[in-house]
Ligand binder design. Structure first.
Ligand code: CP
Length: 318
């Protein structure tokens, strides 16, 4: 893998190799007092965030540090971006300063692809940490890792992705990855929160959450992205919560083995009831924990350039 820009087009072997490496990293580090491997010593990872983040930025930083890489964090608000420097000049500056990998989050869909084009001759890898409403591939990989762990595999499993699909890069990346890994996906949303062209996606679509819940193995609640809702006919918070919130009553419609996911940050009480988010069937904390191992695995596959069958063992070599 040279870059990780999305899960669209990510083949099943590459995705599985990254997930297997993440599993091996988790097994190796579990219960250890010192969670550090020498694998990426001497490599430099720069996180470049033009949008707010807690989970993704922090877990990339921890992932890099646990692999012994040097990690530098750049936020647009405190960098020369504030003086008007362009994304291209910022990227070229980071590469010239020695970045082996740039992890970028940007409000514009396609920003990570542009960065990868500009850095093509520098040998710097790019990871898309969320670009507009387009993709968030490491979120989908950590969701898949969590579902594999809880359900034992994804082949033939049915996953409902619920809520603001229109603005969700998490939904797009999950649709591509989960279907590549053999799961069935049903999108459950009001008509105004579904994208044009959803009929061409490899999914089924429903507007009735109560009708879908009894038949799923997992339900992934999405964040309502109020910051991206400019104009349009969107449901009010109350309407949304009544029709699409995962309440305690709705939780009772789920099969006993079903897993509840949310990428965070959660709007408790609107998207998901607190009692549901904190229940044993919810894997929300595990998603965050798995995010570190998945991001370690992504950095390893990019920076060590190892996509062999032995990658998982090599990543954890002492
Ligand atoms: N899930 C996710 O991307 O969270 P952050 O915005 O906190 O990184």
């Amino acid at each position: 893998m040279r870059h990780l820009l999305g899960t669209e087009g990510l083949d099943v072997d590459t995705a599985t190799a990254v997930l297997d490496t993440a599993d091996e990293l988790k097994r190796t580090l579990l219960g250890r007092e010192v969670r550090k491997l020498p694998t990426l010593r001497g490599r430099t990872v720069v996180t470049l965030f033009y949008e707010n983040s807690t989970r993704t930025r922090v877990s990339f930083e921890i992932a890099g540090k646990w692999m012994s890489a040097d990690v530098v964090n750049v936020s647009a608000s405190s960098s020369s971006v504030g003086k008007g420097e362009s994304l291209r000049d910022t990227a070229l500056t980071l590469a010239a300063a020695g970045a082996d990998c740039v992890v970028v989050r940007h409000p514009a869909s396609g920003a990570a692809h542009r960065l990868a084009c500009w850095l093509e001759d520098n040998g710097t890898s790019v990871v898309n940490a969320g670009d507009g409403t387009h993709e968030h591939p490491t979120q989908a990989l950590l969701d898949a890792a969590t579902l594999r762990e809880r359900l034992g595999g994804l082949t033939g499993r049915r996953v409902a992705i619920v809520g603001d699909v229109l603005h969700s890069r998490v939904a797009r990346s999950n649709v591509h990855l989960l279907t590549t890994l053999g799961a069935e996906v049903v999108l459950v949303a009001p008509p105004t929160l579904l994208p044009v062209g959803v009929g061409e996606w490899p999914v089924t679509v429903s507007h009735q959450l109560d009708a879908e819940l009894p038949a799923v193995d997992a339900v992934m609640m999405l964040r309502v992205q109020a910051e991206r809702m400019h104009g349009g006919f969107f449901p009010s918070a109350r309407e949304y919560s009544i029709s699409y919130g995962l309440s305690q009553a709705r939780q009772r419609l789920l099969p006993e083995h079903a897993v509840v996911l949310h990428p965070g940050p959660m709007l408790r009480g609107m998207e998901i009831a607190s009692s549901v988010a904190d229940a044993a069937s919810a894997a929300i904390t595990e998603q965050v924990r798995n995010g570190v191992h998945v991001r370690m695995a992504v950095l390893y596959h990019l920076l060590a350039g190892d996509n062999t069958a032995d990658a998982a063992d090599a990543a954890t070599a002492q």
